[in-house]
Design a protein around this ligand. Structure first.
Ligand SMILES: Nc1ncnc2c1ncn2[C@@H]1O[C@H](COP(=O)(O)OP(=O)(O)OP(=O)(O)O)[C@@H](O)[C@H]1O
Ligand SMILES: [Mg+2]
Length: 468
């Protein structure tokens, strides 16, 4: 009777431990954590001398040892991470492929398991073992080994222990399924967020483009009056000066000396002669200014891609110069800009999108150049031709990019700017546009010396029709 009660107490105790283990598995956040919990709990609950967990890797072609536990300190811990091809382990492979709840008890592991299988999952002193497969839903993901050093006929792997082994393996499978589902969800969320922010960036550029086109249109009309009225004004002023000179000649001939003195007094007070000199200079400046406004309007329209066909033959030098012109005033107190861009062979693409690429790179140079070093700051833009490519190089002598982050600058959302200052999408968008044009973008940089972006676009003649 006493013995019976003791047995029942033991069962309740074990049940509590199984429940505890299953809660622990439910809280786990990674497959490795699950493997560790399993290995430890089998030793604890089943009183196995040793337990290990191997997970499938290499697209299911190999098994890798991920966790081990033992009632004694393990000498063989160094095997963790050991990976062996499944094809070399026929017994483990057949257990995994059966995907059912079969538990294998090896009366004599030496005879049934080959050396690789033993090496992977057992200790040298294991005499018998159970191998519950690890399944996530229907999908095999690994295998568990629960080992005994000595074969204790009565105690070793009785029905209850097999049941517990089975329940825990199932629980672990469910926990792994949950983790996978959670990771898939996280992955989908990440992709969605990236797509969303890329869309915002593209939308932002489109909105800026539309705003630029709208402003250009609004300024264009009044500026057109200014330009045309200016030449009329110049003619009128020239007529007026001529009329004045004629009147002055007549006065010299017919007026009294008193009247001429009076006239000279008025001339001095009004500064007629200075007015005549200044006038030509002022008119030239006003006309220059109005022409510059017309050029800016042109650039803005060009930049916005107004009325643009999606893809056409383009002169990269024109696009680069346009982006430089748009950004010039922004960089006025930041850097001196030098350009060396000869006319280049045409490439095939979208003008507004390519403009965005150069604009984003130029904008970055401006963002990272320190205005306090102004007269020293340089921005060099070069265009050249290679065998199959049109090449544009944009180089600054700013702070450069550290070698440990240079590999990440084209990643979406990668930024070293302060929070709220940059989205980290400028270069990601540029990279995407270049890729869509079958081009390449490279960066070279030395900290404290500067940064160089090198862009290559296939010449239109080199681009196959089906790639366009
Ligand atoms: N010319 C440059 N000099 C130094 N670092 C640069 C330069 N261009 C890019 N970088 C580095 O690359 C990172 C990513 O640039 P990207 O244009 O993608 O984003 P951002 O400029 O930080 O943000 P946003 O473009 O949204 O303002 C920058 O934060 C910076 O660390
Ligand atoms: Mg940027």
């Amino acid at each position: 009777m006493v013995k019976m009660m003791e047995h029942d107490r033991q069962r309740v105790h074990n049940l509590e431990k199984v429940l505890e283990a299953s809660e622990e598995l439910g809280r786990a956040r990674s497959c490795d954590e699950i493997a560790e919990i399993l290995a430890a709990r089998y030793v604890d609950i089943i009183k196995a001398t040793y337990s290990s967990v191997a997970l499938l890797t290499d697209y299911g072609k190999s098994l890798q040892l991920r966790a081990m536990s033992s009632i004694r300190p393990l000498k063989e811990k160094k095997r963790l991470g050991l990976e062996l091809p499944l094809d070399d382990m026929p017994l483990l492979k057949s257990i995994i492929n059966r995907r059912d709840d079969i538990l294998v008890e090896t009366g004599n592991p030496h005879s049934e398991l080959n050396d690789k299988e033993r090496e992977l999952l057992l200790t040298s002193s294991t005499k018998s073992a159970l191998f519950p497969p690890l399944l996530a839903g229907d999908k095999p993901i690994g295998i568990i080994a629960i080992g005994e050093e000595r074969r204790q006929e009565r105690e070793s792997f009785n029905k209850n222990k097999i049941k517990v082994a089975h329940v825990l393996a199932r629980q672990a499978g469910i926990a792994i399924e949950n983790i996978n589902a959670y990771m898939d969800l996280q992955d989908t969320m990440d992709k969605l967020q990236k797509a969303y922010l890329a869309m915002i960036q593209q939308d932002k550029m489109l909105a800026i483009g539309r705003l630029a086109a709208g402003m250009a249109h609004e300024i264009n009309n009044p500026n057109a009056y200014v330009l045309s009225n200016l030449s009329t004004l110049q003619e009128y002023a020239a007529d007026l000066f001529r009329a004045y000179d004629n009147a002055r000649r007549l006065a010299d001939k017919y007026a009294s000396s008193e009247e001429i003195k009076c006239l000279e007094q008025i001339e001095r007070e009004l500064g007629i002669e200075e007015m005549r000199d200044d006038y030509t200079e002022l008119m030239a400046e006003v006309s220059e200014g109005a022409k510059r406004i017309a050029q800016i309007i042109n650039d803005l329209r060009y930049f916005s891609g107004e009325g643009e066909k999606q893809e056409q033959l383009l002169d990269v030098s024109e696009i680069v110069m346009n982006s430089v012109n748009v950004i010039r005033s922004h960089l006025k107190h930041k850097a001196s800009i030098e350009t060396d861009i000869p006319p280049l062979p045409p490439i095939k693409g979208n003008r507004a999108l390519l403009g965005q690429v150069f604009f984003n790179i130029l904008l970055n140079a401006g963002d990272f150049l320190d205005s306090e070093k102004f007269p020293h700051n340089k921005l060099n833009i070069k265009g050249l031709e290679e065998a199959e490519y049109v090449v544009v190089m944009i180089e600054d002598n700013g702070p450069g990019i550290d070698s440990d982050i240079i590999g990440r600058i084209f990643e979406p959302f990668f930024t070293t700017k302060d929070v709220g200052k940059g989205t980290g999408m400028g270069l990601a968008v540029a990279h995407d546009i270049v890729r869509k044009h079958d081009g390449m973008i490279k960066v070279k940089s030395k900290p404290n010396e500067g940064t160089q972006f090198i862009l290559r676009f296939p010449k239109a003649s080199e681009k196959k029709d089906n790639q366009a």
